[in-house]
Structures are given as C-alpha cells and as structure tokens.
Design a protein. Structure first.
Length: 279
C-alpha cells in the first residue's frame, strides 16, 4: 500500500481495502502449478540456494553471499549446545519429558530464547547500541564518552558473561570470519574497541556471543528486526537432542526437586486455629 493510501484510508475504508484479498510482495502458492518466492519461481529459480541463503532472502529480500551464509550457519552451529540445563533447552526438555508433542516442545523453547539477559533481546539491544555508537563516533564523538554515557543509563548488552567471561565460541567464529574476509567490518571493529573501553574499568566485561553476533549481522547491512528473524533457529540443533533424551526418560523425573532441596526464607510456619462460626 502506498503512503498516500495509508493516509487516506482509515477505519472501515482501510478494512474494506483489504477485505477478501491478500496484498503481498513476498510470494504465493499455486497448487499444482508453481510457487512464487519474492518474485521468483521457487522450484525453478531458487532451488540452488542453500537453506540459510533462502531463509535470509525471505527476510531481507537481499541475497547473502556464499561467505556470509557460511558464517551465519557457523554461528548457529557453534551455539548448538545440547545441555538441558540451559534456560531454553530446559523448557523444551521438560515439555518432552511431559510427553508433549515435539513441535510444542521446540516452539516453547524457541519462545523463551528471546530472553533479555541471555537470548535474542540481548543481541538486538547490542546491535541497536553498536549502530547508534558507530554513527556518533563517525560524527566525531569519542567512543569512551559514548560508552560511559550508555553505562550510566543502562547496561551495554553483548559484553560480560556469567561463570566465565571468556566466550569459547568467539575464537572459532573469528578464525572463520577472517578466512572468509568478513572480520573487518565497521561494527565488528567498533565492538572490539568497546570491549577495550569496558575492560579499562571492568575486568569481566569481555565481548560475548551476542555482541559478536550483533556486530557481524550489522556489518551484513541488516536491521534489528531482520536480525530478530534471522537468529530464530540459532538454538534449535542443540534443543532437539534435549527433547529426544527427555522423552526417553520416565515422566516427571527430569529435574525432580524434593521439598528438602528448597531453601525457604519467608515467614515462619503459623498455626491455624479453627474459629467457631457464629450461629
């Protein structure tokens, strides 16, 4: 719909414009004939694309290069941890142990994968900061001023990690990015500079996987919304084996917790006295 129509059509007129039809530029299926994917015949024109390339093309309308697709797939591969203790895998595994369907278990795990502290929201917030910071630095501001201004307002996502601040995935991704010639984009370079600024005060704030992911995808020219969609499959390969194994166990045994293992720090137990009701 054109901008002019959006301004003119309001209320019932807007609904009537869309009634009985689907306005789309992304594609349509014609059973028995063909399928259109962003203006191309899916089976004839796009059959040579890798799945990652097709997925990214559907999101952005732009083609990833073979090198970019390889790096995106590697980022998914290197974060596929089949550990049911991880927050999103735990949800999927508990669903599997409760004999839920595989689809519901996986979707539930994916839904909580957008967590702010550890998941997709952190990556999106980091990408927003890196894009804003790059514009400000290119306009002449000192990066340190931008960083400390942000830390005074909020935390900078993409830096720091519980248990061990060194992210074991980053060296492998950086080695591949260098081999593919994708290691020197402006957002990634800025992210390493931000890390140096943060480490000057906080020894634990090394860049984590969210920061690396956000910087690399930003250097591919994607928006935050496109990043949100692109990163959705990132945990699936590690989540599926957790569901499989949990479904093989007896029901209710996964992460069983006895009452004696719960540390209670609330009010002490109270005695309940029966009060005779008035006649």
């Amino acid at each position: 719909m054109s901008a002019h129509l959006k301004e003119v059509l309001q209320g019932p007129a807007l609904l009537q414009h869309h009634a009985g039809r689907l306005h789309t530029k992304v594609g349509a299926a014609f059973p028995g004939s063909h399928a259109v994917f962003r203006g191309h015949d899916l089976h004839r024109d796009l059959c040579s694309l890798e799945w990652v390339q097709l997925y990214a093309y559907g999101i952005t309308g732009r083609h990833l290069s073979a090198e970019q697709a390889e790096l995106v797939q590697a980022m998914w591969t290197h974060t596929s941890y089949p550990d049911a203790r991880l927050w999103n895998n735990r949800v999927a595994a508990l669903a599997g142990n409760a004999r839920s369907s595989a689809s519901l278990a996986m979707v539930a795990g994916m839904a909580v994968s957008e967590a702010t502290t550890y998941g997709g929201q952190a990556t999106m917030l980091c990408m927003t900061f890196l894009q804003t910071a790059l514009r400000r630095v290119q306009a002449g501001e000192a990066l340190a001023d931008v960083v400390w201004e942000e830390t005074a307002r909020s935390k900078i996502y993409g830096f720091g990690r519980p248990i061990n601040s060194h992210d074991e995935r980053i060296p492998f991704i950086m080695e591949l990015a260098e081999r593919l010639g994708l290691h020197n984009g402006p957002h990634l370079a800025l992210a390493w500079q931000v890390e140096r600024v943060l480490l000057s005060r906080y020894a634990q704030l090394h860049m984590n996987y969210s920061g690396l992911h956000a910087a690399i995808i930003a250097d591919m020219g994607m928006s935050v919304r496109e990043l949100q969609l692109l990163r959705m499959p990132i945990f699936i390969a590690g989540m599926a084996p957790c569901v499989v194994e949990a479904a093989e166990k007896p029901e209710r045994v996964l992460f069983a917790t006895p009452c004696s293992a719960v540390e209670y720090s609330g009010r002490a137990p109270r005695e309940w006295r029966t009060v005779a009701s008035p006649n």
